[in-house]
Design a binder for this molecule. Structure first.
Ligand SMILES: [Zn+2]
Length: 197
């Protein structure tokens, strides 16, 4: 009884929560390049369970840091030593494999709608000012020729032979969006001129 009491007092006095604020240079599950992280992003401490390495716990590694390590006389070095151990690196690798697997199964099970939306978002992110300028210019050409928006689609397709214009951008909806943008600018300019007149 007496022994247990002494033990818990030691745990309280020798582990310092401030250690969890300590910065170390270490690769993480997300980043293969070492980056500065707080020990607290890897370890947690409770009086009941001692020190848990969250990464080894998630990876269900076979070491006492995975379930909670208790020690009579804690030293900051014990944690720093653990993160360079093979078992910890193996846990990082295991979690990376799990995450990559989840990513792949997401791709395999996503619906057609979802896929198209993702592709469109990708296209938009890749957009360059030059591509958008070409699309707007085509719309302007169509307007000046008094042509229908369907003809603008033909112009887009024609241009796509020479420059890269993603399929989804050549849709009628996009053309109307451009017309609206152009209209807003023209209207603002007209109103400004009228006001100044
Ligand atoms: Zn670990």
């Amino acid at each position: 009884m007496r022994l247990t009491y002494t033990r818990s007092v030691y745990a309280l006095t020798t582990f310092r929560l401030v250690w969890l604020k300590e910065l170390i240079e270490k690769e993480t599950v997300e980043s293969k390049l070492p980056k500065r992280v707080e020990l607290g992003s890897i370890f947690s401490f409770t009086e009941d369970n001692g020190v848990v390495c969250k990464i080894c716990a998630d990876a269900k590694a076979c070491c006492d840091f995975a379930t909670g390590k208790t020690w009579d006389l804690w030293k900051l070095d014990y944690m720093k030593r653990h993160v360079i151990q093979k078992i910890h690196s193996d846990s990082i690798a295991k979690l990376r494999r799990i995450q990559a697997g989840a990513g792949i199964s997401c791709l395999l099970t996503e619906s057609e709608d979802h896929r198209q939306m993702r592709m469109e978002v990708n296209d938009r992110q890749r957009s360059t000012g030059e591509q958008v300028k070409i699309l707007i210019d085509n719309v302007l050409l169509g307007l000046s020729m008094n042509a229908s928006m369907l003809s603008v689609m033909d112009i887009h397709d024609h241009m796509a032979k020479y420059v890269k214009l993603p399929d989804s951008w050549r849709s009628k909806n996009y053309a109307f969006e451009f017309v609206e943008c152009i209209d807003t600018v023209v209207r603002e300019k007209c109103m400004k001129e009228i006001r100044e007149f």
